[in-house]
Design a protein. Structure first.
Length: 201
């Protein structure tokens, strides 16, 4: 029982570390205006349920960019830019070629969608492949962080917490000094001597 409890606590700790690490990386990236990434992996917020249950709604998915974008096969999950300039992460269900140019094209579909996507995906529009790693629920936080309210909140809350920590530390220091001061003002008690012995005869 203790071993299972220890394993559960360790997993919870690791999940918390992963959440805050990814969240911090994305927040810093958004503040700097760059693409959110972590050790070479792009971090994409998934707020739709089209890839449930493979990629839960509200999660942050790790996407590996670069490489030959014509190398993918049926079953791979890719992130691509759609015709209306939206970033979509769907699974390849068919690899085909243009009859005239011989260019590789991908037919994609969300795992939770009934029908395939209407347009074929050109490799030039593919930005990366899904690694299989995601952090559930982190996307909701990051989506909020990207708003004006979120940006202000993320700047104010740490400041308030830091202020409260400083006040608490100062209060403890003052209380400690007040406790020591009365002790310093006390006069030392008279030393106890043994009763004098009458030596007179």
């Amino acid at each position: 029982m203790r071993f299972r409890k220890w394993i559960g606590s360790a997993l919870t700790f690791l999940m918390a570390v992963a959440f805050f690490t990814v969240a911090g990386s994305v927040v810093l990236s958004r503040v700097s205006g760059s693409e959110p990434n972590f050790y070479g992996y792009q971090l994409k917020t998934v707020l739709s349920g089209s890839m449930e249950p493979s990629i839960p709604t509200g999660s942050v998915a790790a996407i590996k960019p670069g490489g030959d974008m014509t190398r993918f096969n049926v079953g791979d999950v890719i992130t691509f830019r759609s015709g209306d300039n939206k970033m979509i992460t769907h699974r390849i269900i068919e690899v085909t070629k243009d009859e005239q140019s011989g260019q590789v094209l991908y037919r994609t579909k969300g795992d939770n969608n009934d029908a395939a996507d209407s347009l074929l995906v050109h490799p030039a529009n593919v930005t990366g492949v899904y690694t299989g790693f995601n952090v559930p629920y982190a996307g909701y936080f990051l989506s909020f962080a990207g708003t004006k309210t979120g940006n202000v909140t993320l700047l104010i809350i740490p400041g308030i917490l830091l202020f409260l920590y400083a006040v608490g530390t100062l209060w403890k220091a003052i209380a400690s000094l007040e406790e020591k001061q009365p002790e310093a003002n006390k006069t030392p008690s008279d030393a106890k001597h043994p009763d004098a012995i009458d030596a007179s005869t």
